[in-house]
Write a protein that binds this ligand. Structure first.
Ligand code: SAM
Length: 234
């Protein structure tokens, strides 16, 4: 038996590639984007009342991680990438039906467009449904998850002077909190846990229309090296 679902809209996100996206929502409050609704949901009626809500659940497709053959076990980055657990014990992107869910902040509601922050979604993510967050039902104060019991400890992010100047300038141009976005995302240490970062190794990721490069001058510390117009947009 199968059921067909279709997107009600697509996310336009600060994240142009999977690498360096935080592993859950809310970890980078400066991560912003929009959800652009498709007809007929682009009419004001569909979002009427949503302005009374601070956060929404987005149910979406991990469209860049869809697989034909279902996995029963996954190796979550949270466990260092070398320990496997049942797929249903994790929030891994590789999962039956490729469904994701995130609670994100709803900053503004317009007919046809929701303005979001604290997102962990790739640009172009198809969204299947939106539901208002209901604090009394969704916030379980005595909930336990011994695999992921608290947010990962952030690591220290330093800047080369030139990179900080570039980020400030591009932040003004984009009208986005770019310095905060880069710091909040890199503080999550996007590097796969099994890689030992050598100081000479450069890492990079695309945020908005920019390529951000960094290295690890010593374990547990990041230094941002430059923030330049993305090769894709030149
Ligand atoms: N909060 C969601 C959940 O629990 O279902 C997502 C958790 S998942 C571990 C987060 C990761 O999904 C991000 O770090 C990013 O690399 C990846 N991701 C985000 N959007 C995606 C998409 N459309 N396709 C594939 N991977 C995506």
């Amino acid at each position: 038996m199968s059921y067909a679902v279709s997107p009600i809209g697509f996310v336009r996100s600060c994240f142009k590639e999977k690498f360096a996206i935080p592993r859950q929502p809310q970890l980078a409050p400066a991560a912003r984007g929009t959800l652009d609704l498709l007809p007929p949901f682009d009419q004001g009626e569909a979002v009427q009342g949503l302005e009374q809500v601070s956060h929404v659940w987005l149910l979406f497709l991990f469209h860049q991680a869809l697989e034909d053959k279902p996995r029963l076990k996954v190796r979550p980055p949270r466990l260092g990438g070398n320990q496997s657990i049942g797929v249903f014990a994790s929030r891994a992107t590789h999962r039956p039906n490729g469904l994701g869910q995130s609670v994100v902040k709803l900053d503004r509601v317009e007919p046809g467009r929701l303005w979001l922050s604290g997102i962990d979604l790739l640009d172009g993510t198809p969204v299947l449904d939106i539901k208002p967050y209901v604090p009394y039902a969704d916030c379980v104060t005595d909930a336990v998850n011994a695999i992921a019991d608290s947010a990962p400890l952030p690591i220290k992010v330093d800047w080369q002077e030139q990179a900080l100047t570039q980020a400030r300038q591009h932040g003004l141009r984009l009208n986005e909190p770019l310095v905060e976005l880069i710091e909040q995302c890199l503080a999550q240490d996007p590097r796969p846990a099994y890689q030992t970062p050598q100081p000479e190794r450069r890492y990079g990721a695309a945020f908005w229309d920019l390529d951000v490069r960094w290295h690890y001058p010593q374990p547990g510390r990041i230094c941002v090296l430059d923030v330049v117009a993305s090769a894709a947009t030149l």
